[in-house]
Design a protein around this ligand. Structure first.
Ligand code: 13P
Ligand code: SF4
Length: 312
């Protein structure tokens, strides 16, 4: 731990108590943020926890859409995201006006949107899903239901293949997951033949096909926790290795390499924008706050609540 971190941790603990705040963190957050969080989870668990907390302030250590989802579910609470620039390339790949046109061109279709979307896109949606419940929710609909699925083409393609559906896919993708290299992971597997391959469904199809387990961050963690193997190649944002190593200290977790050695493609630069100093400042100043237009929120809350209902 850096010496300045201990003063920040103390300040965060004091302010949190004083202000009845809850610090939530996604598994892709920096290690030191996961260490101080009251609750760590995947997108589904974060939404569920936000819906039930009695805290006055939620500090959402994740990206903007996660804060927005919490605010939509708890309009009376103050929701802070330590760095408002923490966006999401996948959410950005779905412009609300273009999506509205696409939906209009396909009357009679049920619109399913991944939680990695703006509130404006959720407001155009019938059911929101996360990678943790997308399959269950799609399979709960009649087999002949016409469905638009956005914005992640890789997750949508995965659900189409495992659930035998033909959902229309919006062509969006995440800049981290869409760039993992099949060849590099196959090479890694040659070097570690006993390692199992864990893949997030936002990765491309060839990677899904070589996986021992495809799942959300929480599902991959759960698999590692209960599986008998000792070594894993983890094909998702590398922040998750912190919790995997904490929960399974005797196992080895290898981060899947980036597509190109020049860049840290297995890190989400948006997720890493949040720091301990920014968490302390957010608690101190009660800024930056997530605000959602109440009319948009009133429409966006319905498909989120539907998701929470259907994934019970
Ligand atoms: P999870 O829902 O699996 O936590 O994933 C969120 C995300 O942003 C993946 O890139
Ligand atoms: Fe968005 Fe990708 Fe970052 Fe997840 S990893 S928050 S999908 S940019």
């Amino acid at each position: 731990m850096k010496p300045q971190d201990s003063a920040l941790r103390e300040e965060i603990a004091r302010l949190k108590k004083e202000k009845n705040a809850l610090i939530m963190a996604h598994y892709y957050q920096r290690d030191e943020i996961q260490e101080i969080a009251d609750f760590i989870g995947d997108s589904l668990a974060l939404a569920r926890k936000a819906a039930e907390t009695d805290a006055d302030i939620i500090v959402m250590c994740g990206v903007h859409f996660m804060g927005e989802t919490a605010k939509i579910l708890c309009p009376d609470k103050k929701v802070l995201v330590p760095d408002l620039a923490a966006g999401c390339s996948l959410a950005d790949s779905c412009d609300p006006e273009e999506f509205a046109r696409f939906v209009k061109e396909h009357p009679g279709y049920t619109v399913i949107s991944y939680v990695n979307t703006s509130a404006a896109v959720k407001a155009l949606t019938d059911i929101v899903v996360t990678s943790g419940n997308a399959r269950k929710i799609v399979e709960s609909l009649p087999a002949d239901e016409k469905i638009i699925f956005g914005p992640d083409k890789n997750l949508g393609g995965y659900i189409n293949s495992v659930s035998n559906r033909e959902m229309l896919l919006w062509p969006g993708a995440c800049h981290v997951h869409d760039r993992f290299s099949l060849e590099k992971i196959q090479q890694m597997k040659k070097e570690h033949p006993g390692a199992k391959i864990l893949v997030h469904p936002e990765c491309r199809r060839p990677l899904q096909l070589i996986a021992d387990k495809v799942g959300s961050t929480a599902a991959l963690l759960d698999f590692a926790r209960t599986d008998e193997a000792q070594e894993y190649i983890v094909v998702t944002e590398s922040g998750i290795l912190f919790e995997m190593r904490r929960e399974c200290p005797s196992k080895t977790f290898l981060a899947a390499p980036a597509e190109d050695s020049e860049c840290q493609c297995n890190e989400c630069d948006y997720m890493k924008l949040n720091t301990l100093a920014k968490v302390a400042a957010a608690l101190r100043d009660e800024q930056p706050e997530i605000l959602v237009d109440p009319e948009v929120a009133a429409r966006a809350v319905k498909p989120i609540e539907r998701m929470l209902e259907l994934s019970k």
